[in-house]
Design a protein around this ligand. Structure first.
Ligand code: SF4
Length: 313
């Protein structure tokens, strides 16, 4: 299992070097908007999927080769990062080696009611849990959770984490047209967030090919209308990816493209910006990878995305 990927183009963090410690699509949710396809292994039990020492060695090797290769480290995957048992141990070790590089964990927030999961996240600079719905019906429709989960339990976990965690807590709300964008749901989510007092609320929508056909993001107007419900909170509507000047080596470009799109479909422009190479070079390599059956293309929202070979349904 390869655990370092990217850097990926992150609309939130710039150039983000991904740390992935979860087998693909091992998750507690099966979100309709997931960029990584349907969940194949449902779980609520953290496990030791890969040795911390192996992940650290891979990270060190990448940084040795690309000393300016990342703006941030992000624990993110085609699954749920808090399902990694030794997450706290790994976060502590990464921060010890690279104290200057911000370390972010993206999580669906569904396991924060477990004290050991909360403890494991305390060393991260920023934790970004999701909260897409607070009413059970909408929650089931958008996140399609493990049967052991319900919104009350997740909100209880977020509340406990808010009390214990001293870093930056951002909460992401991802909006899907016709699913969780009704005035009633938006108002209920906003009221819950006001009691949780996160440092920031990140309002996001569907911008890449989703797991399930017929899932659509909101328009700019729709996002602005939704934003009005969160006026009492520090809100950010997630914008376009900005490239930094840092670049990565080209020698393993084909493999980096494959590793990146396995976790997240990307346009050729995004890959060029995040990997620090020209658009033409990405196009050339991608074409070869397509011919070898290692990549496919999908159009979503009038953009062409490079995706894993198996079509996402
Ligand atoms: S979007 Fe995240 S939480 Fe939802 S199914 Fe995909 S990996 Fe799991």
């Amino acid at each position: 299992m390869k655990s370092i990927f990217g850097p990926v183009p992150s609309r939130r963090f710039g150039k983000s070097l991904g740390i992935d410690v979860i087998p693909a699509k091992t998750c507690s949710f099966d979100c309709i908007y997931c960029e990584s396809g349907p969940t194949t292994s449902f779980s609520l039990t953290p496990q030791n999927f890969i040795a911390c020492a192996k992940v650290l060695e891979e990270l060190r090797a990448f940084i040795r080769k690309n000393p300016d290769g990342a703006d941030v480290f992000t624990f993110s995957s085609a699954g749920e990062p808090t399902l990694y048992g030794p997450l706290g141990e790994l976060i502590t070790a990464v921060k010890k080696d690279y104290p200057q590089t911000p370390l972010i964990v993206l999580t669906n927030g569904s396991l924060l009611w477990k004290p050991e999961v909360r403890r494991g996240l305390l060393g991260a600079d920023r934790v970004v849990p999701s909260l897409d719905a607070v009413t059970p019906k909408v929650f089931r429709k958008i996140n399609r959770p493990h049967p052991g989960l319900e919104p009350g339990l997740i909100i209880e976990g977020l509340r406990a984490f808010r009390k214990e965690y001293k870093g930056q807590l951002h909460i992401e709300v991802l909006l899907v047209e016709g699913v969780n964008d009704s005035p009633e749901e938006l108002s209920a989510i906003a009221s819950t967030l006001e009691t949780l007092r996160p440092d920031k609320v990140e309002l996001n929508s569907v911008v890449r090919p989703p797991a399930h056909a017929g899932t659509h993001g909101l328009t700019g107007d729709g996002m602005n209308r939704a934003a009005a419900f969160f006026s009492a909170l520090n809100l950010e509507i997630i914008g376009a990816f900005q490239s930094s000047e840092k670049t990565c080596g080209r020698e393993d470009l084909a493999q980096r493209i494959v590793d990146t799109v396995q976790r997240r479909p990307c346009t050729a422009n995004e890959l060029a910006a995040s990997l620090g190479v020209s658009f033409e070079l990405v196009q050339r390599e991608s074409k070869k990878l397509e011919e070898q059956g290692k990549l496919s293309r999908q159009t979503f929202g009038a953009k062409s995305f490079l995706c894993p070979p198996a079509p996402i349904r």
